[in-house]
Design a protein around this ligand. Sequence first.
Ligand code: IPM
Ligand code: MG
Length: 367
Amino acid sequence: MTNPSLLILPGDGIGQEVMAEVRKVIDWIGAKRDVTFDVSEDLVGGAAYDEHGVPLADETMAKAQEVDAVLLGAVGGPQYDDLDFSVKPERGLLRLRKEMDLFANLRPAQCFDALADFSSLKKDIVSGLDIMIVRELTSGVYFGEPRGISEVDGQRVGVNTQRYTEAEIERGARAAFELAMKRDKRLCSMEKANVMESGILWRDVVTEVSKDYPEVELSHMYADNGAMQLVRAPKQFDVIYTDNLFGDILSDCAAMLTGSLGMLPSASLGAPMENGRPKAMYEPVHGSAPDIAGEGKANPCACILSFAMALRYSFDMGAEADRLEAAVEKVLADGVRTGDLLNEAGVKPATTSEMGNAVIAALDASL
Ligand code: IPM
Ligand code: MG
């Protein structure tokens, strides 16, 4: 078996500094668990634009197709706001998702005990929360044609198209049902079948797929009600399956239930490659946070936990993933906090690297 290979794309803003902490974790696992990761690093987003004039160079795209897993930091920043749409930093990320065909985006929202007080919701509503949003990631209104801004009857018209094929809905649904089978065996599918034909088709196809998973209890919900239920009683959910745009919005909403966007990892998975591993990219749900970039204030946990997902889903190292997640939990329980996890004035927040070092210390202690 060849060494597991990993392409690191720190990207922009805090992407750089959180990834430096993940590097420590990768080195730790390599040294202590006797595995050699072949790690390479490249540019994406604004950083790639600055160097190559495009948010993702073709060579980087080709590398991403070859490795076992891509680990991405974040893209974007105000200095790129005025760029042409086609070269905006986000286009680099969307190209990776599309060309690697990463159709299943797993966004777990788990409330760590130590952070239950930190949620904007009451503690009893979120404590013990453990839900998984599966967002379809390669189709829908993000990619549908026709799209664009054109002039019609003397005024500009903006067009985007929500379009889903049965096959696209089905493969994401299968991924969601498979996950539900490993969890609490409940799946809630969210769309707007009351106003959108694509929603009617979505509901139909998911219902059809459910026949192959008789043990999973399937329910359907309109996505607007889903948003409301997520803040009213989030623990009613186990796995949620939804489309690209609703998934973008609902996952931000679910993320905030847990206290901070700085804690949430994600995995974007595609079809299995020749070696049996799925095409995969892992990234924190938070963005590039330009307001704090370079100041050592960012929380590296979401990115570290994204690497834990890589250990689990790409590298078959579930025990090491558990160990890493437990290390993060221990650090939080010990009261180590970056600024995003603090609301008391006068408490000195940990820096990004202090947080990373604390995770390494917890890993050491776990041996
Ligand atoms: C996300 C982000 C992206 C999205 C942006 C950066 C293109 O919000 O991953 O949720 O809209 O998918
Ligand atoms: Mg988003």
